[in-house]
Design a protein around this ligand. Sequence first.
Ligand SMILES: Cc1cc2nc3c(=O)[nH]c(=O)nc-3n(C[C@H](O)[C@H](O)[C@H](O)COP(=O)(O)O)c2cc1C
Ligand SMILES: [Fe+2]
Ligand SMILES: [Fe+2]
Length: 409
Amino acid sequence: MNVSTVTDGIFRLSTNVENILFEGLWPIPNGVSLNSYIVKGEKTALIDGVCGWDGVPEELFAMLDKIGVAPESIDYVVVNHMEPDHSGWIEDFKKIREDFTIVTSKKAVPLMKSFFDVTNDIMVVGDGDTLDLGDGRVLAFAEIPNVHWPETIATFDTKSGTLMPCDAFGSFGSIGEAAYDDQLSEEQIAFFENEAIRYYANIVAAFSLPVQKAIAKCAPLPIKIIAPGHGIVWRKNPQKIIDDYIRYASYQKGPCENEVTVIWGSMYGNTEQTINTVVRELEQNGIKVHAHRVPEDSWGDVLASIWSSTGVVLAMPTYEYKMFPPMAAVLDELGRKKVLNRQAFRIGSFGWSGGAQKELDEIMQRHRMNWSFLESVEFQGKPTEEHLTLIKERCAQLAQNIKDAVAAK
Ligand SMILES: Cc1cc2nc3c(=O)[nH]c(=O)nc-3n(C[C@H](O)[C@H](O)[C@H](O)COP(=O)(O)O)c2cc1C
Ligand SMILES: [Fe+2]
Ligand SMILES: [Fe+2]
């Protein structure tokens, strides 16, 4: 665990988590930080006690000692969100003192009972409510439902202009000593930008409409600092992460960037024989290509790539009269995340009957994905030179369609 000063009277407590699947599902090759904040007026509040992973309360006591905060002086625990990576520490906190007040949303109350058996000392807050900590420090609250669960709120310190928006404006990536944008090089910021899009695509993507509503609600606040529940704190340029999130939310419906994600799978190398042609042709036409093989590459990687891609190429064989199963699983997940309106093209090998196309059509319909497909190129067994020529032509057309869509946005 690590402690640092965000601004006068506000401190960041953070721990990095690595070698887990986030939400039990998403690989995080570069880890993730879990951030809590201590806000000191005459009274002290803890925002999002997240530090349950590495030995609370001893670790926590040591950190609080460093910033001169007695653990028993924490009067309020603000729970912006009930997911355990923000609230999982309540049980431990009860061991420090029994009579602290939990500040949370109305929708969190039943979850508080079912997750932690807490029913007493809950202060319910919603839009427009405030909590005066004394010494001129007033916390204001805003409901930001479905970013990421229905009960989520954001907390704003009106004295310093610090927004603590929980999962919003977050990113993956473990953080060392330097946790603030003003301490990081351009390359380090670019690293967290990549981690932010992976985080957004994996965790937040399905809630892009609520994200847009949350941004509309929070952006008019006099924000000077954004201190999210995951990732770096934006002190020099908080507008950057707001603008990035506006862009990420817009990617759900597309068009996105001049990029294409090639998702492919192959059992015996027949479909695979087309992939070099696809990648080369798209790159020669000025499109950035992300290529992922399934099932080898994770859904998390595929989602991170496709989220900013205007185009998609799907290449897979037929398998038991349907689509190569890992491709169907990935496409179903893309449908759940509402990856909509992409420019698309499918390629695939079959042995005797085909069937992959039918399942693809079903998945597109089931999730109302509204992808615009060029005519598929299917071949029995190996692709011939004619097939490869046709694939080249289609990829050139796809590149053009992508550029036209991006230019029209
Ligand atoms: C388990 C299995 C099931 C298959 N089911 C079908 C099928 O239902 N219909 C069909 O046309 N081909 C089927 N095939 C044949 C493959 O689609 C064909 O061999 C294709 O060329 C494989 O392409 P790949 O090398 O890119 O994997 C099946 C192959 C396997 C191994
Ligand atoms: Fe969450
Ligand atoms: Fe979270």
